[in-house]
Design a protein around this ligand. Structure first.
Ligand SMILES: Cc1cc2nc3c(=O)[nH]c(=O)nc-3n(C[C@H](O)[C@H](O)[C@H](O)COP(=O)(O)O)c2cc1C
Length: 161
């Protein structure tokens, strides 16, 4: 597994999934690699069972990816508790050796810096490198997603190849 898209949305299969997979697909295509998606909502009920073997296997699998896209809705101006509960499973430097891409979706333009101000520091704390600018997508602009991802890719994807 080389490009993994982690969806931190309690509502699986929503706009956040569409956006995360569009970014992941652009990266996978540029790297000629496969992409897999993990919907954290599917393991939500196990995230607080400390030491749960299924969760442990997922954290190991995600950390084995070369590039991880973390796609998350903006809740209360930051990432969701679901994403934080998953990332709390890692020890210090648990994502060392991975490149991480922060992608957030939201309804409010005033929260457009959330990927940079909130999600990036969390990923850096886990030892990931974050070589690109984070991407914030307004949920009302889903109809422009292709152009948004293309503009982001043109500027940043070379840092991931
Ligand atoms: C509990 C909750 C809190 C939210 N807080 C914010 C917020 O602070 N800022 C923002 O831009 N959008 C906020 N939103 C809007 C969501 O980020 C947006 O609807 C979501 O990303 C849409 O993605 P989805 O269709 O994949 O669920 C909130 C939505 C919910 C349900």
């Amino acid at each position: 597994m080389s490009v993994c898209v982690v969806i931190g949305n309690p509502n699986p299969g929503g706009r956040t999934t569409t956006i995360g997979e569009a970014v992941g697909s652009a990266i996978a295509s540029a790297r000629s690699e496969d992409m897999t998606t993990l919907e954290l909502a599917t393991v939500a009920s196990h995230l607080f069972e400390w030491g749960n073997e299924d969760v442990k296997a997922l954290t190991t699998s995600v950390a084995s990816a070369d590039v991880i896209v973390f796609a998350c809705p903006t809740y209360k101006a930051t990432y969701t508790g679901l994403l934080k509960a998953f990332l709390d499973q890692y020890g210090n430097d648990g994502l060392a050796g991975c490149a991480a891409v922060p992608v957030m979706v939201g309804a409010a333009p005033q929260h457009a810096l959330a990927p940079e101000v909130h999600l990036r520091p969390l990923l850096v704390e886990l030892g990931a490198t974050v070589p690109t600018q984070g991407l914030f997508v307004l949920d009302s602009e889903l109809d422009q997603l292709d152009a948004t991802v293309e503009a982001w890719s043109t500027r940043w994807i070379a840092s991931l190849t």
